[in-house]
Design a protein around this ligand. Structure first.
Ligand code: 7TS
Length: 409
């Protein structure tokens, strides 16, 4: 599929916003959805809808097959050994909270250490703060290099034999930097710790192989990879998940319920209490088919080119600060920036008037904002449907923004 064929699959892109053709540059927040996903979810509700794992009736069987069929697609997508290692959740946030509440709460005690980095999203900070508070463990941060990258020497200096959990994002939603999570996992394991990977910004954009990374847990969200909101994944190694307690109790996840005791279903269902996100999972299956058809390597290459193009064009604008490494080889497809003397919310507002959607704010990474010495930043993020033309429009919009504010002041 060439880029125009890909764009045709996304109905939402073909509209005007504020009288201008929409330029959507906020895919790190959530991606747009291709027609295949929209129609699969519609078909599910029109023809299949039923609860799963319960009824013997035909629709129940079809819904269960569709739901469990996606689990196998996810298994292949991340190269997990078994579907027992693939748990459906509400998204990255729920997946990370599950690891913190279930694994960490049972395996971390006073005096132990949990290691994260300064660049983490709040959803990979706060659950660990909570574990540290409840257990008396210490939360430690791997420092960042000047360009926002992580040095393995710093990882080695931070992770010790007291470390029980290392949790790091694979791609930063602010700096765009790609972290060496495979090498960090090795260091974690050498010290007897488990490795958790926040793949919210990587799973949609590059091939992930959990066996090659040798991570113990990996979390991602469907809505950032062409699937509906409300569905996500927690991958965990079977031998760890088997020893973990569920964090939600009720229907679907039990084997037997007695008056004062209950037993749990086998993996992965013991972690899926209540009626699951069936339509979301079915949509995720269609999204994975779509991404596979295009090829994750092609998507990564396309975004890489866009990021290099954007870095070159944007850095030529006077007064522009770009955060993260300037070497495109170290980056994924997003650029976070500030223009001198213009608040990022004003940047986003002027761009919006031009039909260009970017995000402004702290991007759920306040500790990183502090490290960057910025209260807020603007961010343009790219996906498989973006073009160099989108970036040209962004650059034109940014030049206009600068002119507008230099006239005002
Ligand atoms: N981890 C990272 C690295 C993220 O970028 C996000 C969402 C999350 C976790 C949380 O994902 P959720 O699906 O559970 O909400 N990041 C962003 C963002 O950058 N702008 O809006 C949401």
């Amino acid at each position: 599929m060439n880029i125009q064929d890909i764009r045709r699959q996304f109905p939402i892109l073909h509209q005007e916003v504020n009288g201008k053709p929409l330029v959507y540059l906020d895919s790190s927040a959530t991606s747009q959805k291709p027609i295949q996903v929209i129609e699969t979810v519609e078909k599910y509700y029109k023809e299949i809808n039923s609860n799963v794992h319960r009824g013997v009736h035909t629709l129940g069987t079809r819904a269960t097959d569709a739901y469990e069929g996606t689990r196998e697609k996810v298994r292949k997508f991340i190269n997990a050994k078994s579907t027992q290692e693939v748990i459906f959740t509400r998204g990255t946030t729920t997946s990370l909270n599950t690891v913190a509440a279930s694994y960490a709460a049972a395996n971390v005690t006073a005096g132990d250490e949990i290691v994260i980095t300064y660049m983490e999203h709040h959803s990979n900070i706060i659950p660990w703060q909570q574990v540290a508070k409840r257990t008396g463990a210490q939360l430690k941060y791997i420092p960042l290099q000047e360009d926002g990258t992580i040095s393995l020497d710093d990882v080695r200096a931070t992770v010790t034999s007291n470390t029980k959990v290392v949790s790091v994002m694979q791609v930063s939603n602010v700096l765009g930097v790609i972290n060496p999570v495979k090498e960090i996992a090795q260091i974690a394991h050498d010290n007897g710790a488990v490795m958790v990977v926040d793949a919210a910004q990587s799973a949609p954009h590059m091939k992930i192989d959990v066996q090659d990374l040798d991570c113990d847990f990996l979390a991602f969200s469907g809505h950032k990879m062409c699937a509906p909101t409300g569905i996500g994944v927690l991958y965990g190694k079977k031998h760890l998940l088997e020893k973990m307690e569920p964090i939600e109790f009720g229907g679907e996840m039990i084997d037997f319920v007695h008056l004062y005791e209950s037993t749990w279903k086998e993996l992965p269902w013991k972690f899926e209490g209540g009626t699951p996100i069936i339509a979301g999972a079915v949509g995720l299956g269609a999204a994975i088919d779509f991404l596979n058809e295009i090829g994750l390597d092609n998507i990564a290459e396309h975004e890489h080119k866009l990021a290099a193009y954007a870095l070159e064009k944007m850095s030529s604008i006077p007064g522009m600060t770009i955060y993260g490494p300037l070497d495109p080889a170290k980056r994924a497809g997003l650029v976070t920036f500030n223009i001198s003397d213009v608040h990022p919310h004003d940047v986003a507002t002027v761009l919006d008037a031009e039909g260009i959607a970017v995000r402004a704010g702290h991007h759920c990474a306040q500790p990183l904002m502090k490290w960057l010495k910025a209260s807020a930043t603007a961010r343009a993020s790219f996906y498989l449907y973006n073009t160099e033309d989108d970036i040209d429009k962004l650059v034109e919009g940014l030049v206009k923004t600068k002119e507008y504010f230099s006239d005002v002041f």
